[in-house]
Each structure stands twice: as C-alpha cells, then as structure tokens.
Ligand binder design. Structure first.
Ligand code: ADP
Ligand code: MG
Length: 261
C-alpha cells in the first residue's frame, strides 16, 4: 500500500458557512484502511469536514488548497459512492420518507433516496441489499416504512445503504447521537465488526466513548482547526481534552474504551 495515495487528503482547506469560517486551513490525510475518530466540541467544524467530501460544502479556492480522494481532485457522486459510504444526520433525515427500509438500502445503488420508475434493479443488487441488511441486523425491518422505525433502526438501515457498494471506508457523522443506551451499545458492536472485517471507519463525534477499540488514530478539531492528530494513546490525555472541551474531567481507560468522569 506504500505507493497508494491516501483515501482522503485535505490540504489547507478553508470553508465558509454564511458569515463564519467553519474550517480554517485544515490539513489532514487519512490512509486506506485506517480507522480514525475526529473528535471535537459542538461547532468545531466536524460536520463541515464531512460535507466537504460530499460536496455539500465547498472549500474556498485558495492557491495550495485541495481536497483529494485517492489522489484525485474531482469526482462525481456516482464514482465516489463505491469508495466512501457517507452517513450524515442530514442523510438519515432525508431517508425518513414514504419508503420501506429495503427500498432505502436498494436505492444506495442509484445514489437516490427511494426507488424511481427508471431504476432498473438487477438480481445482484437485491442480493447485496439483503446481505447488507443482514450485516446491520435490520433484515427483519425490510418491509417496514422508514417513518415507523426507531432512531437507531433508521440509522442502521442508512448505514446498510452505505455498505451496499462495499466501500473502502464508512464515514459517519455522530453515529450514536440521540440513541438510547442499548441502541448505542449495539451500534458500537456492529461498527466494531465492520472495522474488523476490513472496512475503514472514519467517525466524527463529540462522545469520547464512541471511539471503539479498533480506532487507532484520533484527530481533535477545535474552532475549525486541527488541534491535535496522532495515535489514540498519545492524543487522548486529560490535559488535552480539558483544553479541547474547556472543562476538566478525569480520563479513564477501560477495556479499550476511554471515558470522562
Ligand atoms: P460540528 O459538526 O462540529 O458541530 P459544524 O461543522 O456543523 O460543527 O459547524 C461549524 C461552524 O459552522 C459553526 O460555527 C456553525 O455555527 C457554522 N455553521 C454550520 N452550519 C451552518 C449554516 N448552515 N450556516 C451558517 N453557519 C453554519
Ligand atoms: Mg455536526
């Protein structure tokens, strides 16, 4: 893999949102197969970072600034989907329409939300859809309308949708937000299995305990800038987290997870 380009590479990326600078001069590179957590307080630019990948937000055109995926600057969404399975909270919301769970997963093949008359569903797509739903343990929800699922169930369905192409990495924005304890625990176990099976996990979160043991690298984002980046054991210290979140906690490590008290 030594000569392969990074999966995602931000170079001096600055993004404005309205009057604000949401990301400022961000440089970071994520290799293929790396499992990474991007941790930061509310408003630190985490979602903007993901939205620059999906082209919902555009970097300012500054000389020396680039956002490359597998070494390339320009991609269309259809080429990108098999590489990166991006699951944002906005995407989950968009999927809560008049579709069954299975239609949502199948529509991953068309980069659409729900199926339309011009979509031609091939048997291989049906097969991959069923496999992805089984992987996410949502096969039993196949015929249920998205609007009747719990938050945790809907999120799993949308993650299954992102996996139909067997992407190199899953890119998740706050995957456990507003899930109850049980759904949070179950989703973390599922993400651990996905990482163990070789799909990279790139996860944005403000919860330290979302960082599953498979994640070896942590990038801290503060006020739109990279505050620290490196191996999890080096980056996650009580002092650094106090400087990041503005409150002092005791940091406890247990069974490969970190917690704040
Ligand atoms: P995070 O996901 O870390 O909470 P965001 O990337 O959503 O942070 O936001 C980064 C900054 O951009 C914040 O200052 C936020 O207020 C601002 N921002 C986010 N969305 C918008 C928007 N639609 N219009 C204007 N400013 C926005
Ligand atoms: Mg966010």
């Amino acid at each position: 893999m030594q000569n392969e380009p990074p999966l995602i590479e931000y170079r001096n990326v600055t993004v404005n949102r309205g009057q604000r600078i949401a990301l400022e001069n961000v440089s970071l590179s994520i290799g293929q197969g790396e499992n990474v957590a991007i941790l930061g307080p509310n408003g630190s630019g985490k979602s903007t970072l993901i939205k620059t990948i999906t082209r919902e937000c555009y970097p300012r055109l500054i000389p020396g600034s680039s956002l490359r995926i597998l070494g390339r600057d320009t991609w269309n969404i259809f080429e990108l989907r098999p590489l990166l399975g991006v699951v944002s909270s906005d995407l989950v919301l968009s999927c809560l329409g008049p579709y069954t769970a299975r239609e949502i997963v199948l529509s991953g093949f068309f980069s659409s939300i729900g199926l339309w008359p011009h979509h031609h569903v091939r048997p291989a797509m049906e097969e991959k859809t069923d496999q992805a739903m089984e992987r996410l343990e949502v096969a039993h929800l196949a015929a249920r309308p998205m609007t009747e699922l719990s938050t945790g169930e809907a999120r799993r369905v949308v993650i299954a949708r992102a996996l139909v192409h067997e992407p190199r990495a899953l890119v998740l924005d706050e995957p456990t937000a507003s899930l109850d304890l049980h759904a949070t625990y179950e989703l973390r176990c599922t993400l651990r299995r996905i990482a163990a099976a070789g799909t990279g996990i790139i996860m944005v979160t403000h919860h330290l305990d979302d960082i599953i043991p498979e994640i070896g690298r942590v990038i801290l984002l503060k006020a739109g800038r990279v505050f620290a980046d490196g191996p999890k054991e080096e980056i996650l210290t009580a002092d650094r987290l106090a400087a990041l979140f503005g409150t002092r906690f005791e940091l406890v490590r247990r069974d490969g997870y970190y917690h704040l008290w």
